[in-house]
Design a protein around this ligand. Structure first.
Ligand code: 4AD
Ligand code: MG
Length: 465
């Protein structure tokens, strides 16, 4: 008999008829023995569900099969038959069980009910748990949905550089990229400064905090573009919502104002939620059962209703009049803190809120100055449980104004000649935003810590694996 090519457990479980000979490969979840059989639950990560293997005592290696433990890898051939047992439609009666890799009782995922903190320490093994395999399947599906959303709408996918010489957000949260040996004295100029002309790129370079500036160049040629890539921030915020390396989706649209931008962000967020609800039903049910009981009701509510939109100054008024005791002060001209964002969306409006028109002093140089001369056409989309999930703006397309903004932000326009060229030649109103992919995943899965929605998290003081 020739070996059949392996079937995923997902496909096996979706079978419509018994099948003579199939092969599945995966990791043992549990084994229990009766008089003449062993029942082995095997999982290959293609689905939340396990496939039950029936191992008869007539198997030549039955003694070894009876020693199989949780975590071992096996390759099984046999017939897919209707299951006698409850809870599954199909099971596999094994003709042959190859024990590919054993696992002994030091395998850490024996018991259920490990804490998230413990599981983070075994980030290389946690994808074998139901919760984490579900998170990473949803992550994959949603990455696909991101492309689907933009491709359906005629956006062009562009790749922006990961190494860059500009600080898009101007917040100084940059990881430096260099090949210089910090100990080499000859790299210093006479006044002791490091001479970056001797560095690899002959200038200071960093890991990107955002692909926006480059995306603007492409939007002012291809009209509608988006990036989806890793971004890096050396901000020392040890919170459940900040990662030092995270993935961001950044659309950029020419001939589009802030309203069009807010509309797109809202449509996008709803699309991703609806996609997960539709395409990952088992996983979503698992999150609702074990992570957050309110999850599905909350998500369905978010998809069905329009988001609230308020200006920054209305937000400040509401917060001032809230009667709530906040840790951080509320004053026109100050940034909204996470506690303020959460009050607006969780307590006051009880739905996602887009705050727009922020004071120019608290926003980066590239945002478009409004008629009032005080605010810029910025927007932040806030969601319950998390706070800011999207940040975006209409960009300053007027050359003089942009140069002025740069000087106000202590930037030298000469360093950004290429960016200013976009305003010199065929400038056009344009807008875009960034959606934090991990924050979106937290919102959709209900998982409360960003470290648990990315396979290997990078956070201050932590870059293991
Ligand atoms: O608001 P931010 O800083 O906006 C920008 O970077 C713009 N250049 C985007 C644009 O207009 N093209 O970041 C955008 C989003 C935030 O709303 C948040 O969801 C996420 O990126 N984000 C983070 N996610 C995880 N960890 C961090 N440290 C994050 N910083 C921002
Ligand atoms: Mg922001």
């Amino acid at each position: 008999m020739t070996e059949p090519s392996p079937t995923s457990i997902r496909d096996a479980l979706q079978g419509t008829a018994p099948t003579g000979a199939i092969q599945v490969q995966g990791w043992v979840r549990t084994r229990r023995d009766s008089k003449d059989f062993s029942f082995i639950e095997v999982n290959d990560g293609s689905s939340l569900r396990n496939l039950q293997i029936i191992a008869k005592s007539s198997l030549p290696n039955y003694a070894a099969v009876q020693r199989l433990t949780t975590g071992a890898s096996i390759s099984v051939t046999g017939a897919l038959v209707a299951s006698q047992g409850k809870g599954q439609k199909w099971e596999l009666v094994a003709d042959n069980i190859d024990i590919v890799g054993t696992a002994d009782d030091s395998y850490p995922l024996q018991k259920k009910g490990h804490t998230p903190e413990f599981l983070r320490e075994i980030a290389h093994l946690r994808p074998r748990s139901n919760l984490f395999s579900s998170i990473f399947r949803v992550r994959s599906r949603l990455a696909f949905a991101v492309h689907q959303f933009f491709q359906e709408r005629g956006f062009v996918f562009i790749h922006t550089p990961i190494i860059t010489s500009s600080d898009c957000e101007g917040a100084g949260e940059l990881f430096r990229v260099t090949t210089l040996d910090p100990a080499a004295a000859e790299l210093r100029t006479t006044d002791g400064e490091i001479d970056y002309t001797k560095d690899f790129f002959a200038r200071p370079t960093y890991l990107t905090v955002s692909g926006q500036l480059e995306a603007e160049a492409l939007a002012l040629a291809l009209s509608k573009v988006y990036t989806f890539g890793p971004t890096f921030r050396a901000e020392n915020s040890n919170t459940s919502r900040h990662a030092s390396e995270f993935w961001m989706i950044e659309p950029e649209m020419a001939f589009c104002d802030l309203n069009g931008n807010m509309d797109l962000a809202e449509e996008f967020v709803k699309y991703l939620i609806a996609d997960a609800r539709k395409d990952c039903p088992d996983e979503m049910e698992l999150f609702a059962k074990f992570v957050d009981k309110e999850l599905l009701a909350r998500l369905d509510f978010v998809v069905e209703r329009p988001f609230q939109r308020i200006t920054y100054s209305v937000a400040i008024d509401l917060l001032r009049k809230s009667g709530e005791k906040f840790e951080f002060p509320i004053d026109y001209g100050l940034n909204l803190q996470s506690e303020h964002e959460r009050w607006l969306t969780e307590k006051h409006f009880k739905c996602p809120v887009t705050v727009f028109n922020f004071p120019k002093e608290i926003k980066p140089f590239y945002m478009r100055l409004n008629e009032d001369g005080k605010t810029v056409a910025a927007m932040d989309l806030l969601v319950p449980g998390i706070g800011e999930i999207v940040g975006g703006s209409q960009r300053e397309e007027r050359l003089k104004m942009l140069e002025e903004n740069m000087r106000r932000h202590k930037m030298d326009p000469a360093d950004y000649k290429w960016y200013l060229d976009l305003r010199r030649y065929g400038t056009a109103p344009h807008s875009g935003f960034g959606l934090g992919f991990e924050r979106m995943l937290m919102f959709i899965t209900g998982v409360p810590n960003i470290r648990d929605v990315i396979p290997f998290a990078r956070t201050p003081g932590s870059a293991e694996f």
